[in-house]
Structure formats: structure tokens, C-alpha cells
Design a protein around this ligand. Structure first.
Ligand code: TYD
Length: 425
């Protein structure tokens, strides 16, 4: 069995956001001015007391109070203002698939470290998480790495972003990999004499699992009436997924491929007033056939999380409901185009059509669909509801009449919990 031991901050997670916010909280509460944003990264790494005294000019007493203020905020909210590096989820899944022993050896105390991993749904991938105990705050990295290893082992590798990780691994006598995407520099890692370096998570995957296929990613779609806040919510959802370490790829329909984008122009051109509903449905399906084969399937096969702005449900709603072709007929038209490729989760931004209309009125020039009368959009809403009722397992329905922030939070929770369940399966 091979053992892979990871450092946490700068290797698995990018943690400076919470650290800097908590330093800002302490400084502002005490009336100290912070340096400009660009210079704040120097606070990440050195002991807090050092930074407060040297960078902000605090007295030892002031610094003690600042450290207390920092800790109060960091251990409640700051530790979750954090991002898993994109691709790390896939790497951990691959290591588990190989049957490796996977552990963390970090300078952060054990409990909060476990909480961070738990928060991002990653704890399940680790056989052990080791940080300093209450009574040995100064534990050396070497000691932590030894504790992270099982009782007997043959082959082990330490992965970290700072010289301490590499030096620790060398003292234990194991292979060391320095990652250059974290908080250390390549020069620092080389000076510490690491065996290999990885510039990106992708390179790290190739080092640790050479030639192995990525686990399949996921296809997600977002649906809703025009005016439901879809663009804003796609942005927020992509950010949440990215924070969790998913490799997000964006796409949209109609479009999503060069051919599809050309079809999109025809479909949305306000001058094409005479287009037959059947022609319209076939064009949407044609764009989709290209999109599924050229973009969606390859992205999912490469382990990406493809987030698509609209998919078949839009055809069912707009052409089936709005244009009156009927749900079944539109599904039939799309059968070959989709050929079994359905989203794992479809986020539906639920807003009554009248409410959506009010929002659209406030926005800019309508396209050919948006310009349709209210009754058209009522039928679109009804057809969406029929799809949701028929496929409750696929849809995540969120009340989109609330504030963008609230909607975003609920949407992320629902989508992430389904992705987690799928990762487990
Ligand atoms: P959308 O990308 O949401 O428009 P915008 O970029 O202006 O927000 O979608 C374009 C329009 O196309 C929208 O009104 C819905 C419609 N549509 C269909 O009628 N059928 C379909 O299959 C798809 C994908 C979209």
C-alpha cells in the first residue's frame, strides 16, 4: 500500500481569504490602518504576533489583543472562507480508487482541520488527519508526518507547498513532492531539495497517478423563465462549485459549440418572425445534438463539472408549452439529439411568470422569445412544472423571488448535496 500525506493550507486548500479577513477584523476593531490590498499577502505565513508588531506597529500588549480578536473570528467564520484547489477532489478520488492510504499532516490543530475538510465534503477521503495536539503546539512537521503514517508501510510520499513540508518528509525518509501553486515558491521548494515539483494540480495528478483516467465529472443545467435571475445565479453557483474544488466549465444553449452558436443567432434574431414552431424546435435540437457530442460528453469524461445555461427542459417549456407543440412531441424531437445524456442535477429558478415579466420590463431590449406576450410565458411556466413533477429526482427547485444572495445559498446547498451523494455512489 502506498501512503500519500498532504499538507493542508496551500496544498489542498487556498486559505488566505479567511486569514486576511480575520487580520483586517482585528486591525479595524483596534483602529489600525491596513496596508494596501496588494501587500497583504505577507501576513500569510509568519506568526500573527510577528505580523501585528512588525507590519502594523503594534505594542506587545496591542498585539496580544489583536491575536485574540483574530482567533475569535477565524475559528468561527474565517476558517470556512477558504477554497479547495480545483482538481483536488478528483485527485483524492483517484487515490482512493487506487487503494492508497491518504492522510493530512498540518500545522493547524487537528479538530479545526477536520472541520474544514468536512465542510467541503472531503473528510471521507482521508484515513487520518493529524495536527498538533493541545499540548504540543510546536510539534515539528516531521513528527506530524510520522503520526500521519499507518503502523506499517512500504512506500510513502509527502506533498506540500512550503520548505517545512519538504524538510519534514526528508527527515522521515520518504519521497517529497513540492507544489508550486500554493504559498511557497519553486525556488524555496528546490532549495529544500524536494524530489519533484508540480506546477499545477493537474501535474500533481500526473505525478501521483500516471496514465490513469480521471473519474467522470458531472453535467448540471440551470433553467428558469427569462427574468428569473439565471445569469447571476449561474455565476454564484460556479463560484460555490469552484470553492469546493470542482473543475467548472461553462456552456449554454442554444449554442455551446461553434455550429451551435451560429444556430443561436438564427433562433434569437428578432427579424425571423415567420419561423414555424417546428422549425424552431428542430433548430434547438440540432444545436443540442452538436453541443452534447462536442462539449458536454468530452468535458464530463475529462472529470469536469459542466454547468450549462439551459438544456432540453427549455425546449419542452418554450416550444412544447409556449409554442404549443406539446411536451411529448418536443421530447420525441430531442430524443436522438440528447441520446441519453441528461443532467445529473437541473437547478430550477422558480419565479411566477408575472414576477419574471416585471423584472424583464426593467431590463434591456427583448430577444425573439422575451418579446412574446404574457400568455406565452404562462404556458412556459406550466410546462416547466410538468417536467419537475415528472422528474423530481433530477430537479433542485429554489424560490427565485428572494434576494440573489439567499437564492445563491440555497441553490449551492441543494446542488452540492446531490453532487456529494453522486460522488459517494
Ligand atoms: P437565454 O440564453 O436564457 O437568453 P439570454 O442570454 O437573453 O438570457 O435563452 C435564449 C432564449 O431561448 C430564451 O428565451 C429561451 C429560449 N430557448 C428556447 O426557446 N428553447 C430552447 O431549447 C432553449 C435552449 C432556449
Amino acid at each position: 500500500m502506498r501512503c500519500v500525506i498532504f499538507d493542508l493550507d496551500g496544498t489542498l486548500t487556498q486559505s488566505h481569504e479567511g486569514i486576511l479577513n480575520s487580520i483586517a477584523h482585528a486591525a479595524e476593531t483596534m483602529g489600525f490602518a491596513l496596508p494596501p490590498e496588494a501587500e497583504r499577502m505577507k501576513f500569510v505565513g509568519p506568526p500573527l504576533d510577528y505580523s501585528f508588531r512588525n507590519y502594523l506597529g503594534m505594542t506587545p500588549e496591542e498585539s496580544m489583543r489583536a491575536v485574540a480578536l483574530y482567533r475569535e473570528r477565524y475559528w468561527s467564520v474565517g476558517m470556512f472562507e477558504n477554497r479547495v484547489y480545483p482538481g483536488i477532489r478528483n485527485l483524492l478520488r483517484m487515490l482512493k480508487r487506487r487503494g492508497d492510504w491518504v492522510a493530512v499532516a498540518t500545522g493547524k490543530p487537528t479538530e479545526p482541520s477536520r472541520k474544514i475538510l468536512e465542510h467541503f465534503g472531503l473528510l471521507r477521503y482521508f484515513d487520518r488527519v493529524v495536527g498538533p495536539d493541545e499540548n504540543d503546539h510546536r510539534a515539528e512537521k516531521e513528527t506530524l508526518i510520522r503520526r500521519a503514517l499507518p503502523e506499517t508501510w512500504e512506500e510513502a510520499v509527502m506533498v506540500g507547498d512550503r520548505c517545512f513540508d519538504i524538510e519534514g518528509g526528508r527527515k522521515v525518509g520518504i519521497r517529497t513532492v513540492g507544489v508550486c501553486y500554493g504559498y511557497g515558491t519553486e525556488a524555496e521548494l528546490r532549495e529544500a531539495d524536494c524530489d519533484e515539483t508540480a506546477a499545477t494540480v493537474d501535474a500533481l495528478i500526473n505525478l501521483l497517478c500516471p496514465g490513469e483516467a480521471r473519474p467522470a465529472g458531472a453535467f448540471l443545467s440551470v433553467e428558469g423563465l427569462d427574468g428569473s435571475g439565471k445569469s447571476t445565479q449561474i455565476g454564484l453557483l460556479a463560484d460555490a462549485l469552484d470553492r469546493w474544488g470542482f473543475e467548472v466549465v461553462h456552456s449554454r444553449e442554444p449554442g455551446g459549440s461553434p455550429v451551435g452558436e451560429k444556430i443561436r443567432d438564427i433562433l434569437l434574431d428578432p427579424q425571423n418572425r415567420g419561423m414555424e414552431p417546428l422549425t424552431e424546435a428542430l433548430l434547438f435540437a440540432a444545436s443540442r445534438a452538436q453541443h452534447v457530442r462536442e462539449a458536454i460528453r468530452p468535458a464530463v469524461a475529462a472529470g469536469k463539472t459542466l454547468l450549462c445555461d439551459r438544456f432540453v427542459d427549455s425546449s419542452v417549456a418554450y416550444q412544447g408549452g409556449g409554442r404549443g407543440l406539446g411536451v411529448q412531441r418536443v421530447l420525441e424531437i430531442n430524443r436522438e439529439a440528447v441520446d441519453g445524456t441528461w443532467p445529473l442535477v437541473t437547478l430550477y429558478l422558480d419565479i411566477p411568470h408575472r414576477e419574471a415579466l416585471k423584472r424583464r420590463m426593467a431590463a434591456s431590449d427583448p430577444d425573439r422569445m422575451e418579446a412574446e406576450p404574457e400568455d406565452f410565458h404562462r404556458r412556459v411556466e406550466e410546462a416547466y412544472r410538468a417536467m419537475i413533477a415528472a422528474h423530481p429526482e433530477r430537479f433542485a427547485v429554489v424560490d427565485a423571488t428572494r434576494s440573489a444572495e439567499e437564492v445563491g445559498k440555497q441553490a449551492a446547498e441543494q446542488v452540492l448535496s446531490r453532487l456529494m451523494a453522486a460522488e459517494e455512489a
